[in-house]
Design a protein around this ligand. Structure first.
Ligand SMILES: Nc1ncnc2c1ncn2[C@@H]1O[C@H](COP(=O)(O)OP(=O)(O)O)[C@@H](O)[C@H]1O
Ligand SMILES: [Mg+2]
Length: 167
């Protein structure tokens, strides 16, 4: 069963992802509508679909070749066709946010941040624009997108206007 995505207010968008393809579709839509510079947090338990979405988003931005999981490296960096870089972080394995000091997070022309397990890097990450919350629900996933800045709200508005969101 699918239901249309619901905009509960200007800062939240919720819906249902029936399978991995739907998660990838959401990643592609986020890529198409992203602001010039953005920080996207990906929140959800192990297996919720964070990496699936990040990979689809990066592919849609033109990243070719392998898209590795940053599980052990903490960060993977990708040059973007449009200029600058996208940085994909997975902080599941860090013990303390101070460990991020060694990653040089403040160096580089980062146009897009994708951060899995952002709660583990609290205080050491750039300010968030948008948070995607993913939760396992039966065979699929529920999602909520929550804007935390003006850029995040614009992102949500463009997503809603694009009218291509999965259920
Ligand atoms: N909407 C969905 N419905 C069902 N399975 C999904 C969905 N999205 C992703 N998956 C699957 O869930 C598994 C875990 O996904 P993954 O992206 O590695 O999760 P995470 O990075 O959050 O730990 C993968 O096998 C993926 O194909
Ligand atoms: Mg992952």
């Amino acid at each position: 069963m699918t239901t249309a995505p619901a905009a509960t207010d200007a800062t939240t968008l919720q819906g249902w992802l029936e399978d991995s393809a739907a998660t990838e579709q959401l990643g592609q839509s986020l890529a198409r509508t992203r602001p010039a510079q953005a920080m996207l947090e990906l929140q959800g338990d192990l297996g919720a679909g964070k990496s699936t979405l990040a990979r689809a988003l990066l592919r849609a931005l033109g990243v070719q070749g392998a898209i590795r999981s940053p599980t052990y490296t903490l960060v993977e960096r990708y040059p973007l066709e449009a200029g600058g870089e996208a940085w994909h972080l997975d902080l599941y394995r860090i013990g303390h946010a101070a460990e991020l000091d060694f990653l040089g997070l403040d160096e580089g022309d980062v146009r897009l941040w994708l951060v899995e397990w952002p709660e583990r890097g609290a205080g050491a990450l750039p300010p968030m624009d948008l948070r995607l919350e993913l939760a396992v629900d039966g065979l699929g996933r529920r999602y909520a997108l929550v804007a935390h800045s003006a850029a995040g709200r614009q992102w949500l508005a463009r997503l809603a206007a694009a009218n291509e969101l999965p259920g």
